[in-house]
Design a protein around this ligand. Structure first.
Ligand code: GDP
Ligand code: IMO
Ligand code: MG
Length: 455
């Protein structure tokens, strides 16, 4: 018989307790569309009740906005829940980290009075690094795609995940052995230089210079690097509440999105388990964040896309911080009507338990409001996609018209405060999606929210 380690015994006892007490303290927040649904804003609300907050996928292609009073935070890598001082943050193995961006973000939060130190933040030893070579490759690949470009954020995401999948990536744990790390980072830059110069006629990078910068980051990060899976598993076993914070959205998922116009990670809910190193047994709520309409940055199909006056109305002019211009790239977002075929799909692939609807206030004054309830293709009507969302170009949306409302809903705080037509919109959405709407956001501020039912 093997000898049980102290850790195993402690975990066994804790799991036994959890089994008898039936605590399920892991909540997952996922985007249901093409990103920018307002996940940061919803995470900020829910992290008031969380002990741990953790990013599980993507990298600094994400841009999550949180507005608290007169402060606006735009986070790319750190979990949005860190803005609440009582939380402990983590970045999981499913994230790719550009150290330059992480350092800057840590400094920005510190300057805003939010403490970031190794007692409050853990970085997974198994998270992969994004290097300047990955950035150069993203740029070169997009340029070479010409008209067929994906419209990536140029943050090196695809190349970094390619390194990971091809088992050539650099992980945070590698930073802990400085001499070996200096060698492997130089070998990595030389390897990518061959592609940059040979395939794309692009400028090579200086391996030595990259290595020097990265050794600096290694020193900074060393006290933060640890086992996120172990930290969160133990916390969950003790009944502490963990909020897993997704980046991007379901339709950008590498496996379940509008391939190839997707990102290179798994934003869908199961990605939270893989990307943090957790099992299934602790999941309680899977919260899908959806805008009251639909947006997309970058290329790819968008059946309910609008142009002209209506599009300008939904997008805004860029005057307001919440207008539809990318948080990471500043690009104008493409906009359109809410697509219930795609939302139902998101409910399915994520196993959503509930929805949080954002930006209801933007629909005020629009008459009528349309929602796409099915697709038509060559005389056939589809309520669900026959082969997933890959070949969406072939489908034409079938719309249902709903009455609009004129009242400003941004001051609504109770269900009864909302105009009857706005309530009817939410109820119809809920009915077609098949899961309850638990939260309706009516503005970017913390208190601009209507919570529905629940306990
Ligand atoms: P994320 O990537 O999903 O976190 O979303 P982003 O932060 O990229 O984009 C959402 C934008 O909408 C941000 O500027 C938020 O402050 C803003 N926002 C979120 N919820 C609401 C809302 O209910 N109403 C309005 N007007 N803005 C909102
Ligand atoms: P958040 O977390 C919106 C899009 C890019 C591009 C595609 C691939 O703020 O919702 P990538 O750089 O990931 O290789 O680009 O994915 N994209 C996002 N769009 N919100 C995001 O993040 C996004 N992250 C990536 O625009 O179309
Ligand atoms: Mg965003």
């Amino acid at each position: 018989m093997g000898v049980k380690g102290a850790w195993q015994t402690a975990m066994h006892e804790l799991y036994f307790t959890i089994e008898t007490e039936r605590k399920m303290p892991l909540d997952v927040i996922v985007g249901t569309q093409w990103g920018d649904e307002g996940k940061g804003r919803v995470v900020d609300l829910l992290s008031a009740q969380a002990d741990f907050v953790a990013r599980y996928n993507g990298g600094d292609n994400a841009g999550h906005t949180v507005t608290v009073g007169d402060q606006t935070f735009r986070l790319h890598l750190l979990p949005s829940g860190l803005i609440h001082p009582h939380t402990t943050g983590a970045i999981g193995n499913g994230v790719v980290i550009n150290p330059a961006i992480l350092v800057r973000e840590m400094e920005t939060l510190q300057a805003a009075g939010i403490s970031i130190d190794p007692t409050r933040l853990r970085l997974s030893y198994a998270a992969h690094l994004i290097t300047p070579a990955h950035l150069a490759l993203d740029q070169a690949q997009e340029a070479a795609r010409g008209k067929g470009k994906l419209g990536t954020t140029l943050r090196g995401i695809g190349p970094a995940f390619t390194s990971k999948v091809s088992r050539q990536g650099l992980r945070l744990v590698d930073m802990l052995d400085r001499a070996a790390f200096a060698r492997s980072i130089q070998a990595h830059v030389k390897e990518i230089n061959r592609t940059l110069t040979g395939l794309f006629q692009a400028e090579p990078l200086e391996p030595q210079a990259v290595a020097e910068d990265f050794l600096g980051y290694a020193q900074l990060f060393a006290p933060y690097i640890g086992d996120v899976s172990a930290m969160l598993s133990e916390a969950l076993a003790r009944g502490r509440r963990v909020l897993a914070e997704g980046a991007q959205g379901t339709l950008l998922d590498l496996d379940h999105g509008t391939y190839p116009f997707v990102t290179s990670s798994n934003p869908t809910a199961p990605g939270a388990l893989v990307g943090l190193g957790l099992g299934f047994s602790f999941v309680e709520r899977v919260i899908g964040v959806t805008k009251a309409f639909q947006t997309r940055v970058g290329s790819g199909p968008f059946p309910t896309e609008l142009h002209g006056e209506l599009a300008n109305r939904l997008r805004g002019t860029g005057e307001n911080p919440w207008d539809e211009f990318g948080t990471t790239t500043g690009r104008p977002r493409r906009v359109g009507w809410l697509d219930l075929v795609l939302l139902r799909y998101a409910v399915r692939v994520n196993g959503l338990t509930e929805l949080a609807v954002t930006k209801l206030d933007i629909l005020s004054g629009m008459h009528p409001i349309r929602i796409c309830t099915a697709y038509r293709q060559e005389g056939r009507q589809w309520e669900d996609l026959p082969l997933g969302p890959g070949g969406l170009e072939a489908f034409e949306p079938v719309y249902e018209e709903l009455s609009g409302w004129d009242a400003d809903v941004s001051q609504s705080r109770q269900w009864e405060d909302l105009p009857a037509a706005a309530r009817a919109f939410i109820l119809r959405l809920e009915e077609l999606a098949g899961v309850p709407v638990r939260l309706v956001s009516v503005g970017p501020e913390r208190e601009q929210v209507v919570e529905i039912g629940g306990d």
